[in-house]
Design a protein around this ligand. Structure first.
Ligand code: ZN
Length: 431
């Protein structure tokens, strides 16, 4: 009985700490009175908990504002400088590792191209490992201050269940040749992710989604879809503030919804998937086919990377290249149809297109995509949706991956440090 009461008191204290820490993290700086006014906590509780958080170095006093006739109110903010988080973006053409402060300012970054693609798991793990060591060395940050590592991957992430044994989180990347890759175990064995370091692995579209929901195009929305368009295509579907994951955590595979029955072969093995038309790899391939048809000398000199190849298509369109124009128009149509499907299925208030290719294509095609979506979506749902581009840039997958340990840290709000323990993605949009 006594033990249960103790546990309840401890739980309550922990949840109060977490509540105030999250309020300050997302909406700070705020005064103690602001916290009393906007939470259910009493003045005494706020005062006690804030005192503890300041003593633990999690919250700092950062100035004051005058109040009507009374004493100035001291403003409080999460002390972002003391704890850190690392975000990793495993893309199809590169691995990016970034080290952030708790408030997600970048302190160090390491980027490694994957010239042969990301299919070689050993090469990917080696680069992540090198990147983790590299950013710690570059920044001079002690690993003890790192609240955790988040990794965004181009695949379906299966959380370690009771039968997962020592493999932990397993990744299924059907389009990149990853068949039940025990990424968590491989990263731990590589050595740079200590056994006691919280490690979070999620699909890259979900990590992008969390970053944009916290600080970008999705901020303030409850129902939104954040789309990731790179070589492949995915989406983070947020319903009532939480990601919709499905029974096997693979929901949001927007790129493999069919937009053309019997259409182009997709990397997943099916035909006519959205990704086979609007993914960067597909757009480049379609342009090469069209350009080869249009000229007798066949395929033109091929730029080195997908990024430069896609940029070259957009530049060719500006020069009046017919093949480029036709391929981009077709891309806009398929993208518009894909967006209409999202609108009809989920009735979101916001849809944001992101990922490096999504931003590149969207800057040119967004008005046309919107027009097509309006033709294919139901009128009522289309009228209430805001279609835009993501706001956090092409590297937001890594930043989003770092939000995973940050969310864990804010939720746990542990006294001794970043001991958040459990693996897996915490609730999105925890505001
Ligand atoms: Zn497919």
């Amino acid at each position: 009985m006594g033990e249960r009461v103790m546990r309840t008191v401890r739980d309550l204290r922990r949840s109060n700490r977490s509540l105030l820490l999250r309020r300050l993290y997302f909406d700070g700086p705020l005064s103690r009175q602001d916290l009393i006014d906007t939470t259910t906590l009493s003045a005494a509780s706020v005062s006690n908990v804030i005192g503890d958080l300041i003593n633990d170095g999690l919250v700092a006093e950062v100035g004051s504002v005058g109040s009507d006739g009374g004493r100035p109110r001291i403003l409080l903010q999460v002390d972002g400088s003391r704890w850190h988080a690392i975000g990793v973006d495993v893309g199809e053409t590169r691995v990016l590792v970034e080290l952030f402060t708790l408030d997600l300012a970048v302190l160090a970054r390491a980027e490694y191209p994957l010239p042969g693609g990301c299919g070689d798991v050993t090469a990917v793990v080696e680069r992540i490992d090198a990147g983790l060591r590299g950013v710690l060395k570059e920044s001079g940050i002690d690993q003890a201050s790192v609240a955790g590592v988040g990794v965004g991957v181009p695949g379906v992430v299966e959380r370690g269940g009771e039968n997962s044994g020592r493999d932990g989180v397993v990744v299924h990347g059907q389009t990149i040749g990853w068949d039940a890759v025990p990424l968590e175990r491989l990263l731990r064995e590589a050595g740079s992710v200590r056994a006691d370091m919280p490690l979070f692995i999620d699909n890259g579209a979900n990590t992008l989604g969390q970053a944009e929901m916290w600080f970008g195009a999705g901020a303030g929305a409850r129902d939104a879809v954040i789309a990731l368009i790179g070589s492949g295509v995915g989406a983070c579907v947020v319903t009532d503030g939480s990601p919709y994951r499905g029974t096997g955590r693979s929901a949001g595979e927007w790129g493999h919804t069919t937009v053309q029955v019997g259409g182009r072969a997709c990397r997943c093995g099916a035909r006519g998937c959205l990704e086979a038309y609007v993914g960067a790899e597909a757009v480049i391939e379609r342009y090469r086919e069209a350009a080869a048809d249009a000229t007798s000398e066949g395929a033109r000199p091929q730029p080195e990377s997908e990024e430069s190849a896609l940029a070259a298509i957009l530049a060719a369109d500006e020069r009046g290249d017919e093949a480029a124009r036709a391929v981009l128009e077709e891309t806009a149509v398929y993208l518009g149809v894909g967006v209409a499907n999202l609108i009809n299925l989920f009735n979101p208030e916001r849809i944001a297109l992101g990922g490096w290719a999504g931003l590149l294509l969207g800057a040119r095609l967004l008005p046309r995509v919107r027009e097509i979506a309006g033709e294919y979506a139901l009128r009522h749902a289309f009228a209430t949706v805001d279609l835009s581009l993501c706001q956090l840039g092409p590297d937001a997958v890594a930043r989003g991956a770092a939000t995973l340990p940050v969310a864990g840290f804010l939720s746990a709000a542990s006294v001794q440090g970043p001991d958040v323990g459990a693996i897996g993605a915490p609730r999105l949009n925890i505001r």
